[in-house]
Design a protein around this ligand. Structure first.
Ligand SMILES: Cc1cc2nc3c(=O)[nH]c(=O)nc-3n(C[C@H](O)[C@H](O)[C@H](O)COP(=O)(O)OP(=O)(O)OC[C@H]3O[C@@H](n4cnc5c(N)ncnc54)[C@H](O)[C@@H]3O)c2cc1C
Length: 378
Protein backbone atom coordinates (compact mmCIF):
# COMPACT_ATOMS: atom_id res chain seq x y z
CA UNK A 1 0.00 0.00 0.00
CA UNK A 2 1.32 3.46 -0.80
CA UNK A 3 -0.06 6.85 0.13
CA UNK A 4 -1.25 9.74 -2.04
CA UNK A 5 0.04 13.18 -1.13
CA UNK A 6 -2.78 15.21 -2.71
CA UNK A 7 -6.41 14.20 -3.20
CA UNK A 8 -6.78 12.18 -6.38
CA UNK A 9 -8.66 13.52 -9.39
CA UNK A 10 -10.42 10.17 -9.64
CA UNK A 11 -11.07 7.30 -7.25
CA UNK A 12 -11.86 4.06 -9.08
CA UNK A 13 -13.79 1.66 -6.82
CA UNK A 14 -13.07 -1.91 -7.92
CA UNK A 15 -9.94 -3.45 -9.41
CA UNK A 16 -11.64 -6.02 -11.60
CA UNK A 17 -10.75 -5.94 -15.27
CA UNK A 18 -13.15 -3.01 -15.83
CA UNK A 19 -11.76 -0.87 -12.99
CA UNK A 20 -8.17 -1.74 -13.95
CA UNK A 21 -8.79 -0.73 -17.57
CA UNK A 22 -10.50 2.53 -16.46
CA UNK A 23 -7.60 3.35 -14.14
CA UNK A 24 -5.15 2.90 -17.00
CA UNK A 25 -7.09 5.12 -19.41
CA UNK A 26 -7.61 7.85 -16.80
CA UNK A 27 -3.98 7.79 -15.65
CA UNK A 28 -2.79 7.98 -19.26
CA UNK A 29 -5.14 10.95 -19.77
CA UNK A 30 -3.18 12.73 -17.04
CA UNK A 31 -5.51 12.28 -14.05
CA UNK A 32 -4.22 11.41 -10.57
CA UNK A 33 -5.95 8.09 -9.97
CA UNK A 34 -6.48 6.07 -6.78
CA UNK A 35 -7.86 2.54 -7.19
CA UNK A 36 -9.51 0.89 -4.17
CA UNK A 37 -10.57 -2.73 -3.91
CA UNK A 38 -12.01 -4.66 -1.00
CA UNK A 39 -9.82 -7.58 -2.04
CA UNK A 40 -7.00 -7.82 -4.56
CA UNK A 41 -6.78 -7.02 -8.26
CA UNK A 42 -8.92 -9.22 -10.50
CA UNK A 43 -10.24 -11.35 -7.64
CA UNK A 44 -13.99 -10.84 -8.23
CA UNK A 45 -15.98 -11.96 -11.26
CA UNK A 46 -12.89 -11.34 -13.37
CA UNK A 47 -11.19 -14.34 -11.74
CA UNK A 48 -14.20 -16.51 -12.57
CA UNK A 49 -14.59 -15.45 -16.22
CA UNK A 50 -13.73 -17.38 -19.35
CA UNK A 51 -11.65 -14.76 -21.14
CA UNK A 52 -13.27 -15.06 -24.56
CA UNK A 53 -12.73 -11.80 -26.46
CA UNK A 54 -15.70 -11.96 -28.76
CA UNK A 55 -17.70 -9.83 -31.16
CA UNK A 56 -21.37 -10.46 -30.34
CA UNK A 57 -24.46 -9.40 -32.26
CA UNK A 58 -27.35 -9.59 -29.83
CA UNK A 59 -28.03 -5.91 -30.62
CA UNK A 60 -26.50 -3.15 -32.74
CA UNK A 61 -25.17 -1.51 -29.55
CA UNK A 62 -23.63 -4.73 -28.28
CA UNK A 63 -22.02 -5.26 -31.68
CA UNK A 64 -20.55 -1.73 -31.67
CA UNK A 65 -19.00 -2.05 -28.19
CA UNK A 66 -17.69 -5.60 -28.62
CA UNK A 67 -16.23 -4.98 -32.09
CA UNK A 68 -14.57 -1.77 -30.85
CA UNK A 69 -13.19 -3.56 -27.79
CA UNK A 70 -11.85 -6.58 -29.68
CA UNK A 71 -10.08 -4.12 -31.99
CA UNK A 72 -8.49 -2.45 -28.94
CA UNK A 73 -7.41 -5.86 -27.54
CA UNK A 74 -5.79 -6.77 -30.84
CA UNK A 75 -3.92 -3.45 -30.86
CA UNK A 76 -2.74 -4.18 -27.31
CA UNK A 77 -1.90 -7.85 -27.94
CA UNK A 78 1.76 -7.40 -29.01
CA UNK A 79 2.55 -5.69 -25.68
CA UNK A 80 0.72 -8.21 -23.44
CA UNK A 81 3.08 -10.28 -21.25
CA UNK A 82 2.89 -14.12 -21.31
CA UNK A 83 0.86 -14.13 -18.04
CA UNK A 84 -2.10 -12.77 -20.04
CA UNK A 85 -2.06 -15.94 -22.19
CA UNK A 86 -3.42 -14.06 -25.20
CA UNK A 87 -4.30 -16.53 -27.97
CA UNK A 88 -5.76 -15.27 -31.28
CA UNK A 89 -7.58 -18.57 -31.83
CA UNK A 90 -10.82 -17.11 -33.28
CA UNK A 91 -14.38 -18.24 -32.62
CA UNK A 92 -16.38 -20.99 -34.31
CA UNK A 93 -20.16 -20.50 -34.02
CA UNK A 94 -21.42 -23.95 -34.86
CA UNK A 95 -24.60 -24.90 -36.72
CA UNK A 96 -26.08 -28.31 -35.93
CA UNK A 97 -28.49 -28.46 -38.87
CA UNK A 98 -29.56 -26.75 -42.10
CA UNK A 99 -31.80 -24.23 -40.31
CA UNK A 100 -28.92 -23.17 -38.07
CA UNK A 101 -26.64 -22.94 -41.10
CA UNK A 102 -29.08 -20.40 -42.53
CA UNK A 103 -28.72 -18.44 -39.29
CA UNK A 104 -24.94 -18.71 -39.67
CA UNK A 105 -25.22 -17.20 -43.15
CA UNK A 106 -27.26 -14.28 -41.78
CA UNK A 107 -24.70 -13.80 -39.03
CA UNK A 108 -21.98 -13.80 -41.69
CA UNK A 109 -23.77 -11.01 -43.58
CA UNK A 110 -24.22 -8.98 -40.39
CA UNK A 111 -20.55 -9.26 -39.43
CA UNK A 112 -19.09 -8.54 -42.86
CA UNK A 113 -21.50 -5.61 -43.42
CA UNK A 114 -20.10 -4.09 -40.21
CA UNK A 115 -16.47 -4.63 -41.17
CA UNK A 116 -15.76 -7.72 -39.03
CA UNK A 117 -14.07 -10.54 -40.97
CA UNK A 118 -15.97 -13.84 -40.91
CA UNK A 119 -16.12 -16.98 -43.02
CA UNK A 120 -18.82 -19.64 -43.45
CA UNK A 121 -17.46 -23.21 -43.15
CA UNK A 122 -19.37 -26.24 -44.40
CA UNK A 123 -19.56 -29.44 -42.36
CA UNK A 124 -16.42 -30.94 -43.91
CA UNK A 125 -14.34 -27.79 -43.37
CA UNK A 126 -15.56 -27.60 -39.76
CA UNK A 127 -14.64 -31.26 -39.14
CA UNK A 128 -11.19 -30.62 -40.62
CA UNK A 129 -10.45 -27.71 -38.30
CA UNK A 130 -12.04 -29.24 -35.15
CA UNK A 131 -11.82 -33.06 -35.53
CA UNK A 132 -13.08 -33.72 -31.98
CA UNK A 133 -16.51 -32.22 -32.71
CA UNK A 134 -19.47 -34.55 -33.22
CA UNK A 135 -20.07 -35.41 -36.90
CA UNK A 136 -21.95 -34.59 -38.93
CA UNK A 137 -22.55 -30.93 -38.13
CA UNK A 138 -23.92 -28.57 -40.77
CA UNK A 139 -21.14 -25.99 -40.58
CA UNK A 140 -19.98 -22.94 -38.67
CA UNK A 141 -19.14 -19.28 -38.79
CA UNK A 142 -15.44 -18.67 -38.23
CA UNK A 143 -14.65 -15.25 -36.75
CA UNK A 144 -10.84 -15.19 -36.95
CA UNK A 145 -10.38 -11.85 -35.18
CA UNK A 146 -11.74 -13.11 -31.84
CA UNK A 147 -9.28 -14.31 -29.21
CA UNK A 148 -8.97 -15.63 -25.67
CA UNK A 149 -6.87 -14.61 -22.67
CA UNK A 150 -6.47 -15.30 -18.95
CA UNK A 151 -8.66 -12.63 -17.26
CA UNK A 152 -6.93 -12.20 -13.86
CA UNK A 153 -3.55 -12.01 -15.61
CA UNK A 154 -4.93 -9.33 -17.93
CA UNK A 155 -6.43 -7.34 -15.02
CA UNK A 156 -3.11 -7.45 -13.16
CA UNK A 157 -1.28 -6.27 -16.27
CA UNK A 158 -3.68 -3.37 -16.91
CA UNK A 159 -3.45 -2.23 -13.29
CA UNK A 160 0.35 -2.50 -13.30
CA UNK A 161 0.40 -0.32 -16.42
CA UNK A 162 -1.94 2.15 -14.70
CA UNK A 163 0.44 2.32 -11.72
CA UNK A 164 3.34 2.85 -14.12
CA UNK A 165 1.35 5.82 -15.49
CA UNK A 166 1.02 7.23 -11.96
CA UNK A 167 -2.07 5.53 -10.48
CA UNK A 168 -2.00 4.24 -6.90
CA UNK A 169 -3.63 0.97 -5.89
CA UNK A 170 -4.85 0.07 -2.41
CA UNK A 171 -6.05 -3.51 -2.01
CA UNK A 172 -7.94 -4.60 1.10
CA UNK A 173 -9.84 -1.27 1.10
CA UNK A 174 -13.58 -1.79 1.22
CA UNK A 175 -15.52 1.33 0.27
CA UNK A 176 -18.48 1.71 2.62
CA UNK A 177 -20.19 4.51 0.69
CA UNK A 178 -19.83 6.87 -2.23
CA UNK A 179 -20.65 10.51 -1.51
CA UNK A 180 -20.49 13.58 -3.80
CA UNK A 181 -16.76 14.26 -4.11
CA UNK A 182 -15.64 11.50 -1.73
CA UNK A 183 -15.58 7.82 -0.84
CA UNK A 184 -15.95 6.53 2.71
CA UNK A 185 -13.42 3.88 3.75
CA UNK A 186 -13.30 2.60 7.33
CA UNK A 187 -15.45 5.50 8.50
CA UNK A 188 -13.12 8.09 6.91
CA UNK A 189 -14.07 10.24 3.91
CA UNK A 190 -11.40 10.34 1.21
CA UNK A 191 -11.92 13.34 -1.08
CA UNK A 192 -11.88 12.80 -4.84
CA UNK A 193 -12.61 14.96 -7.85
CA UNK A 194 -14.72 12.18 -9.30
CA UNK A 195 -15.59 8.65 -8.25
CA UNK A 196 -15.89 5.78 -10.74
CA UNK A 197 -18.08 2.93 -9.50
CA UNK A 198 -16.51 -0.16 -11.10
CA UNK A 199 -17.58 -2.59 -8.39
CA UNK A 200 -19.05 -5.12 -10.83
CA UNK A 201 -22.08 -7.02 -9.58
CA UNK A 202 -21.76 -5.21 -6.21
CA UNK A 203 -22.04 -1.75 -7.82
CA UNK A 204 -25.67 -1.16 -6.63
CA UNK A 205 -24.54 -1.52 -3.00
CA UNK A 206 -22.62 1.74 -3.49
CA UNK A 207 -24.92 3.41 -6.01
CA UNK A 208 -28.50 2.44 -5.16
CA UNK A 209 -30.72 2.46 -8.24
CA UNK A 210 -28.28 0.73 -10.58
CA UNK A 211 -30.29 -2.19 -12.02
CA UNK A 212 -27.53 -4.80 -11.80
CA UNK A 213 -28.14 -8.33 -10.51
CA UNK A 214 -25.70 -11.21 -10.07
CA UNK A 215 -26.17 -13.90 -12.73
CA UNK A 216 -24.39 -17.03 -11.63
CA UNK A 217 -22.31 -19.16 -14.00
CA UNK A 218 -20.35 -22.42 -13.71
CA UNK A 219 -17.10 -23.25 -15.50
CA UNK A 220 -15.17 -26.53 -15.53
CA UNK A 221 -11.58 -27.09 -16.61
CA UNK A 222 -10.08 -30.36 -17.81
CA UNK A 223 -6.66 -31.88 -17.47
CA UNK A 224 -4.23 -31.27 -20.37
CA UNK A 225 -5.28 -32.60 -23.78
CA UNK A 226 -3.24 -30.53 -26.29
CA UNK A 227 -4.95 -30.15 -29.66
CA UNK A 228 -8.34 -31.48 -28.54
CA UNK A 229 -9.88 -28.02 -28.97
CA UNK A 230 -8.32 -25.39 -31.24
CA UNK A 231 -10.79 -22.48 -31.35
CA UNK A 232 -13.27 -21.05 -28.91
CA UNK A 233 -16.29 -23.09 -30.00
CA UNK A 234 -19.80 -21.88 -29.21
CA UNK A 235 -23.20 -23.23 -30.19
CA UNK A 236 -25.46 -20.73 -31.95
CA UNK A 237 -28.00 -21.08 -29.14
CA UNK A 238 -25.53 -19.43 -26.73
CA UNK A 239 -26.80 -15.99 -27.70
CA UNK A 240 -30.35 -16.96 -26.72
CA UNK A 241 -29.11 -18.39 -23.40
CA UNK A 242 -27.37 -15.09 -22.67
CA UNK A 243 -30.22 -12.91 -23.88
CA UNK A 244 -33.22 -14.43 -22.13
CA UNK A 245 -33.27 -13.78 -18.38
CA UNK A 246 -34.65 -17.23 -17.63
CA UNK A 247 -34.11 -18.75 -14.18
CA UNK A 248 -31.63 -21.23 -15.64
CA UNK A 249 -29.96 -22.12 -18.95
CA UNK A 250 -26.89 -23.89 -20.32
CA UNK A 251 -25.10 -23.66 -23.68
CA UNK A 252 -22.11 -25.39 -25.26
CA UNK A 253 -19.06 -23.15 -25.09
CA UNK A 254 -15.49 -24.52 -24.93
CA UNK A 255 -12.14 -22.80 -24.97
CA UNK A 256 -8.59 -24.05 -25.61
CA UNK A 257 -6.09 -22.90 -22.97
CA UNK A 258 -2.38 -22.40 -23.68
CA UNK A 259 -1.73 -25.25 -21.22
CA UNK A 260 -3.65 -27.74 -23.41
CA UNK A 261 -6.56 -27.73 -20.97
CA UNK A 262 -10.13 -27.25 -22.17
CA UNK A 263 -12.28 -24.71 -20.34
CA UNK A 264 -15.93 -25.78 -20.49
CA UNK A 265 -18.92 -23.44 -20.12
CA UNK A 266 -21.43 -22.21 -19.63
CA UNK A 267 -24.47 -21.85 -17.41
CA UNK A 268 -26.67 -18.99 -16.27
CA UNK A 269 -28.83 -18.88 -13.13
CA UNK A 270 -30.66 -16.19 -11.19
CA UNK A 271 -30.13 -17.36 -7.61
CA UNK A 272 -28.74 -14.28 -5.89
CA UNK A 273 -25.22 -14.61 -4.45
CA UNK A 274 -25.29 -18.37 -3.73
CA UNK A 275 -21.83 -19.60 -4.84
CA UNK A 276 -22.47 -23.34 -4.30
CA UNK A 277 -22.00 -25.71 -7.22
CA UNK A 278 -25.42 -26.69 -8.55
CA UNK A 279 -24.78 -30.32 -9.52
CA UNK A 280 -27.90 -30.54 -11.69
CA UNK A 281 -26.97 -27.45 -13.73
CA UNK A 282 -23.32 -28.49 -13.91
CA UNK A 283 -24.40 -31.95 -15.08
CA UNK A 284 -26.53 -30.46 -17.87
CA UNK A 285 -23.68 -28.15 -18.90
CA UNK A 286 -21.21 -31.05 -19.14
CA UNK A 287 -23.75 -33.25 -20.98
CA UNK A 288 -24.17 -30.46 -23.53
CA UNK A 289 -20.39 -30.29 -23.95
CA UNK A 290 -20.14 -34.07 -24.49
CA UNK A 291 -23.06 -33.92 -26.93
CA UNK A 292 -21.08 -31.59 -29.19
CA UNK A 293 -17.58 -32.89 -28.38
CA UNK A 294 -17.89 -36.60 -27.49
CA UNK A 295 -14.17 -36.96 -26.63
CA UNK A 296 -14.81 -34.85 -23.53
CA UNK A 297 -16.66 -37.83 -22.01
CA UNK A 298 -13.26 -39.43 -21.40
CA UNK A 299 -11.58 -36.23 -20.20
CA UNK A 300 -10.83 -35.56 -16.51
CA UNK A 301 -12.40 -32.41 -15.15
CA UNK A 302 -9.96 -31.19 -12.51
CA UNK A 303 -11.76 -28.10 -11.19
CA UNK A 304 -15.20 -26.49 -11.22
CA UNK A 305 -16.09 -23.00 -10.01
CA UNK A 306 -18.84 -20.42 -10.09
CA UNK A 307 -18.90 -16.66 -10.60
CA UNK A 308 -21.43 -13.85 -10.83
CA UNK A 309 -21.97 -11.90 -14.02
CA UNK A 310 -23.16 -8.33 -13.39
CA UNK A 311 -26.39 -8.41 -15.44
CA UNK A 312 -28.57 -5.49 -16.58
CA UNK A 313 -32.16 -5.72 -17.90
CA UNK A 314 -31.25 -4.61 -21.46
CA UNK A 315 -27.99 -6.62 -21.66
CA UNK A 316 -25.87 -3.50 -22.10
CA UNK A 317 -23.35 -2.17 -19.59
CA UNK A 318 -23.69 1.13 -17.73
CA UNK A 319 -20.92 3.53 -18.79
CA UNK A 320 -21.01 7.25 -18.03
CA UNK A 321 -22.11 9.83 -15.45
CA UNK A 322 -24.66 8.95 -12.74
CA UNK A 323 -26.54 12.23 -12.66
CA UNK A 324 -28.33 11.38 -9.39
CA UNK A 325 -25.07 12.19 -7.56
CA UNK A 326 -22.60 14.82 -8.73
CA UNK A 327 -19.14 13.58 -9.62
CA UNK A 328 -20.13 9.92 -9.72
CA UNK A 329 -19.44 7.86 -12.84
CA UNK A 330 -20.36 4.25 -13.51
CA UNK A 331 -18.50 1.49 -15.36
CA UNK A 332 -20.38 -1.67 -14.43
CA UNK A 333 -23.03 -4.17 -15.55
CA UNK A 334 -21.08 -6.01 -18.27
CA UNK A 335 -22.79 -9.42 -17.75
CA UNK A 336 -20.93 -12.10 -19.73
CA UNK A 337 -18.87 -9.69 -21.83
CA UNK A 338 -16.86 -7.64 -19.34
CA UNK A 339 -13.51 -9.17 -20.21
CA UNK A 340 -14.11 -8.31 -23.86
CA UNK A 341 -15.62 -4.87 -23.32
CA UNK A 342 -13.34 -3.66 -20.52
CA UNK A 343 -11.09 -1.83 -22.97
CA UNK A 344 -13.91 -0.19 -24.94
CA UNK A 345 -15.61 0.78 -21.68
CA UNK A 346 -12.48 2.38 -20.29
CA UNK A 347 -11.74 4.32 -23.46
CA UNK A 348 -15.35 5.58 -23.68
CA UNK A 349 -15.39 6.56 -20.02
CA UNK A 350 -12.09 8.45 -20.30
CA UNK A 351 -13.31 10.16 -23.49
CA UNK A 352 -16.45 11.35 -21.70
CA UNK A 353 -14.57 12.48 -18.59
CA UNK A 354 -11.88 14.38 -20.49
CA UNK A 355 -14.13 15.80 -23.23
CA UNK A 356 -12.54 13.84 -26.11
CA UNK A 357 -14.74 12.66 -28.97
CA UNK A 358 -15.50 8.95 -28.50
CA UNK A 359 -14.94 6.55 -31.39
CA UNK A 360 -18.41 5.04 -30.90
CA UNK A 361 -21.68 6.62 -29.77
CA UNK A 362 -21.76 6.42 -25.95
CA UNK A 363 -25.51 7.17 -25.66
CA UNK A 364 -26.77 3.53 -25.62
CA UNK A 365 -24.62 2.79 -22.56
CA UNK A 366 -25.54 5.92 -20.57
CA UNK A 367 -26.43 4.80 -17.03
CA UNK A 368 -29.26 7.34 -16.84
CA UNK A 369 -31.22 5.36 -19.46
CA UNK A 370 -32.28 2.99 -16.69
CA UNK A 371 -33.89 5.79 -14.69
CA UNK A 372 -35.61 7.20 -17.78
CA UNK A 373 -36.95 3.68 -18.51
CA UNK A 374 -38.11 3.24 -14.90
CA UNK A 375 -39.86 6.65 -14.96
CA UNK A 376 -41.53 5.84 -18.28
CA UNK A 377 -42.90 2.61 -16.84
CA UNK A 378 -43.72 4.05 -13.43
C1 LIG B 1 -18.76 -18.10 -15.74
C2 LIG B 1 -18.41 -16.79 -16.38
C3 LIG B 1 -17.87 -16.78 -17.67
C4 LIG B 1 -17.55 -15.57 -18.27
N1 LIG B 1 -16.95 -15.57 -19.50
C5 LIG B 1 -16.64 -14.41 -20.10
C6 LIG B 1 -16.01 -14.40 -21.37
O1 LIG B 1 -15.68 -15.46 -21.92
N2 LIG B 1 -15.76 -13.20 -21.98
C7 LIG B 1 -16.09 -12.02 -21.38
O2 LIG B 1 -15.88 -10.98 -22.00
N3 LIG B 1 -16.65 -11.98 -20.15
C8 LIG B 1 -16.95 -13.15 -19.51
N4 LIG B 1 -17.55 -13.13 -18.29
C9 LIG B 1 -17.96 -11.86 -17.71
C10 LIG B 1 -16.82 -11.14 -17.05
O3 LIG B 1 -16.08 -12.03 -16.22
C11 LIG B 1 -17.38 -9.96 -16.24
O4 LIG B 1 -18.26 -9.19 -17.02
C12 LIG B 1 -16.23 -9.07 -15.76
O5 LIG B 1 -15.26 -9.83 -15.07
C13 LIG B 1 -16.76 -7.97 -14.86
O6 LIG B 1 -15.63 -7.24 -14.42
P1 LIG B 1 -15.77 -6.10 -13.35
O7 LIG B 1 -14.44 -5.47 -13.21
O8 LIG B 1 -16.93 -5.23 -13.70
O9 LIG B 1 -16.22 -6.86 -12.01
P2 LIG B 1 -15.31 -7.68 -10.95
O10 LIG B 1 -14.26 -8.49 -11.61
O11 LIG B 1 -16.27 -8.39 -10.06
O12 LIG B 1 -14.59 -6.52 -10.16
C14 LIG B 1 -15.27 -5.72 -9.23
C15 LIG B 1 -14.30 -5.46 -8.08
O13 LIG B 1 -14.93 -4.56 -7.21
C16 LIG B 1 -14.54 -4.90 -5.90
N5 LIG B 1 -15.54 -4.36 -4.99
C17 LIG B 1 -16.86 -4.66 -4.90
N6 LIG B 1 -17.44 -3.93 -3.94
C18 LIG B 1 -16.48 -3.15 -3.41
C19 LIG B 1 -16.46 -2.19 -2.36
N7 LIG B 1 -17.56 -1.85 -1.67
N8 LIG B 1 -15.29 -1.57 -2.08
C20 LIG B 1 -14.15 -1.87 -2.75
N9 LIG B 1 -14.12 -2.79 -3.74
C21 LIG B 1 -15.27 -3.42 -4.06
C22 LIG B 1 -14.48 -6.42 -5.90
O14 LIG B 1 -13.63 -6.88 -4.85
C23 LIG B 1 -13.97 -6.72 -7.29
O15 LIG B 1 -12.57 -6.93 -7.31
C24 LIG B 1 -17.83 -14.35 -17.62
C25 LIG B 1 -18.34 -14.36 -16.32
C26 LIG B 1 -18.63 -15.57 -15.70
C27 LIG B 1 -19.17 -15.57 -14.31
Amino acid sequence: MSGVAVPPDAVVVGAGIVGAACALELARAGLRVLVLDAGDVGGGTTAAGMGHLVVMDDSEEQFALTAYSVRLWRELAPSLPPECEFDPCGTLWIAADAAQLEAVRRKHEAYTARGVAAEVLDGAALAACEPALRAPLAGALLVPGDAVLYPPGAARHLLAEACRAGAVFRGGSRVDAIRPGAVVVGGRALPAGIVVNAAGAAAPELTPGLPIVPRKGHLAITDRYPGLCRHQIVELGYLQSAHEMTAESVAFNVQPRRTGQVLIGSSRELVGWDPATNRAVLGRMLERAVHFMPALAAASVIRVWTGFRPATPDKLPLIGPWEEMEGVWVAAGHEGLGITTSLGTARLLADLITGRTPAIDPAPYAPMRVLSAARRHG
